[in-house]
Design a protein around this ligand. Structure first.
Ligand code: 13P
Ligand code: SF4
Length: 301
């Protein structure tokens, strides 16, 4: 621990706070986490904490979800510039138009959406349970927003339903190309290729497996393989090296999410010191967005 990390931990206990940290955060922030995980795991933790203050180190929609699940608690997002561009690719007006074009079709919103879009949705999902949730719905037609690539991934396993897609995407994951993976595979022929389902279909076809960030970690820990090519945000390697010492990991160097990296240790310190930036949502949005999120949590992984 460095001096600033020590100061943060002291403040954290004075303020009765908990740190929820996504797997893509900077290493020095991951080291402070009470819980480090994927979007699904973080939502579960947010729904059951009894801490007074939640400091959420991740992008905007994650901190919003924590607030929706804990309206009475203070949820701090240390840097409001940490916003997920994919979540901004669908808005309520467009979603309402899409719903009008497909009357009766339930809306499955990827958790990477704003709170007001969640409020217009029937159920949320994460990459850890998207297939399970779409399979569980009795309807033959499903609206899936905003990630086209995750929707196409789900469609591979759900052949009996029509999935109406939205043209959203993750700029970080669509930038991971088959050529990048092939190049790494040439250098490390024994390595298993693991990617995130936000990658494009050709990348998923090339990979050995596609998993949520937590799914990648679980796979690596239990696999007899010793080398892995990781097709997702490269900060994942910190946790992978910690959880699977002795194994080798090869990242796609340019696979970085600048939005996740907006949050610095200084931001976390200032967040606790000044109790900033508080996530504020209207009571109406919280009430309507809570049910789809609770359904997502209840569905399990
Ligand atoms: P996970 O839910 O797999 O952690 O993914 C979150 C995310 O933003 C991926 O880009
Ligand atoms: Fe959003 Fe992509 Fe960054 Fe995940 S990696 S937070 S989906 S921009």
């Amino acid at each position: 621990m460095n001096a600033l990390q020590e100061k943060i931990l002291k403040l954290k206990s004075e303020k009765h706070a908990i740190f929820l940290v996504h797997n893509y955060q900077r290493k020095e922030i991951q080291e402070l986490a009470d819980f480090l995980g994927d979007s699904y795991g973080l939502s579960v933790q947010a729904s059951k904490t009894d801490a007074k203050v939640i400091v959420f180190c991740g992008v905007d929609f994650m901190a919003e979800s924590a607030k929706i699940l804990n309206p009475e608690k203070t949820v701090l997002h240390p840097n409001p510039k940490a916003r997920c561009p994919m979540a901004a690719m669908v808005d309520v007006k467009s979603l309402k138009e899409l719903k009008a074009e497909h009357p009766g079709a339930p809306v499955v919103s990827y958790v990477n959406t704003t709170a007001d879009v969640k409020a217009e949705s029937d159920i949320c999902c994460t990459s850890a349970n998207a297939v399970k949730i779409v399979q569980s719905l009795p309807d033959k037609k499903i609206i899936f927003v905003p990630d086209t690539n995750l929707g196409l991934y789900v469609q591979r396993f759900v052949k009996d339903k029509e999935i109406v897609l939205w043209p959203g995407f993750c700029p970080t994951h669509v930038n991971i190309k088959v050529e990048d993976l092939k190049e790494l595979k040439r250098k490390h022929p024994d390595a298993e290729v693991l990617v995130h389902p936000e990658c494009t279909p050709d990348v998923i076809d090339f990979a050995d497996h596609a998993y949520s960030t937590e799914g990648i970690i679980k796979h690596v820990v239990s696999s007899p393989k010793k080398e892995f090519i990781i097709g997702t945000e490269s900060n994942m390697l910190h946790r992978l090296r910690k959880e699977a010492p002795g194994k080798e990991f090869y990242a796609v160097e340019h696979a970085t999410c600048p939005n996740m990296r907006e949050i610095t240790l200084e931001d976390v310190y200032n967040s606790l010191l000044k109790m900033q930036y508080k996530v504020e949502l209207s009571a109406d949005i919280i009430k309507r967005a809570r049910l789809p999120l609770e359904r997502m949590i209840a569905a399990g992984r």
